[in-house]
Ligand binder design. Structure first.
Ligand code: SF4
Length: 352
């Protein structure tokens, strides 16, 4: 849900993408396909909209209606168009992406079917799943991503609370034990997978003990970063009239604690990748003479700006975690030199 809200504002991707929308109401019963253009590196492709879940804090089912999706055929055709435009990475988005496959109010496909079909689209180097509910992230999907040609080892999985009591009040469709299992399964088959977590603090009824339960739960999980949200009342939701409101200053304090935990988790994850070689997709940004890119497993790296590297996939060595929390790579000139060496006659090597 968070990704869906932010994507079309262009958050975190350096520039505001243009949204290309196409009304395909006649052929697809109210699903409106959309994808972002204007970013050379990455395109956000919406494949699903609406939600049938009953989360007590959320207005999306009211505002956006029930779950509905594009067809696999349409999504594949759009992915082929995107590939032909030179974009290297697609981010699949939806309000409840893992629920992909409902059309005309009936389940007609599964998200897994979409994933396997997209893996065959030539020309797209990377496909990233924006966010998926833990109860919809099946072993099939995890195992497929682990051996996929294009899907990258990065999952963003909403948790919302690490307290089963609060999960019950939220009417989430899982308890924390399921979340632990999902993380363990991912790490079993993809030890270097990046795992992001959405969490809400200050939900009605969340006592200090419940919050610390969440904190300790997250602290003990092998995850890579958190997106922390402070609960705020939304009209027409069940939660807005629940007892046990948490005062604003406490909500703020809890948010701060989880932000600090997120920084710790991210740094530990990045640190675990130092010394490894990784493929980076460099983006079209420049700050203080540096450019940025992401590895497949979502480590943010920086390198000296070189316009020739924009929208290029490069194998780099991750050498150091800098004070600003980004990972520095070995001089990119080294990789050019390496490429040149590969093209040089063997005698060059013998003389060396
Ligand atoms: S899964 Fe819950 S939080 Fe997400 S969009 Fe549906 S109702 Fe809202």
């Amino acid at each position: 849900m968070r990704f869906a809200r932010n994507i079309f504002k262009g958050e975190g991707i350096g520039m505001l993408p243009v949204v290309h929308q196409q009304n395909i109401e006649q052929v697809n019963h109210n699903f409106i396909a959309a994808y972002s253009i204007g970013d050379r590196t990455r395109t956000f492709l919406k494949v699903q909209d609406g939600c049938d879940y009953p989360c007590t804090y959320c207005t999306i089912p009211l505002a956006r209606g029930g779950s509905r999706s594009d067809t696999i055929e349409n999504v594949v055709a759009r992915a082929q168009q995107i590939a032909a435009s030179g974009v290297k990475e697609i981010v699949l988005t939806g309000v409840n992406l893992g629920d992909f496959g409902i059309r005309d109010g009936q389940r007609q496909d599964r998200f897994f079917d979409l994933v396997t079909a997209l893996d065959e689209v030539e020309g797209i180097e990377r496909i990233r799943i924006s966010s998926i509910e833990p109860n919809l992230l099946s072993n099939d999907i995890i195992e497929f991503v682990a051996k996929s040609k294009r899907f990258v080892p990065h999952f963003h999985i909403p948790l919302q609370s690490g307290s089963n009591k609060i999960l019950g009040l939220m009417k989430r469709r899982y308890q924390r034990e399921l979340y632990t299992e999902r993380v363990a399964k991912i790490k079993e088959v993809m030890p270097n997978c990046c795992i992001g977590v959405d969490v809400i603090v200050g939900f009605p009824g969340e006592t200090q003990a419940d919050f610390l339960d969440t904190y300790e739960f997250l602290n003990g999980l092998d995850i890579s970063y958190l997106h922390v949200f402070t609960y705020s009342e939304r009209e027409q939701t069940e939660a807005a009239s629940m007892k046990g409101k948490v005062v604003g200053s406490t909500r703020f304090e809890r948010n701060k604690m989880l932000h600090i935990l997120s920084d710790k988790k991210r740094r530990a994850f990045y640190q675990s990748q130092i010394g490894t070689n990784a493929q980076v997709l460099f983006e079209d940004d420049q700050k203080n003479g540096y450019m940025h890119g992401f590895t497949k497993n979502y480590v943010k790296v920086k390198a000296k700006y070189d316009p020739l590297m924009v929208n290029e996939l490069k194998e780099v060595k991750l050498v150091e975690l800098s004070a600003d929390g980004e990972v520095e790579v070995a001089e990119l000139e080294t990789s050019y030199a390496h490429e040149l060496k590969l093209g040089e006659p063997l005698v060059g090597s013998l003389n060396a």
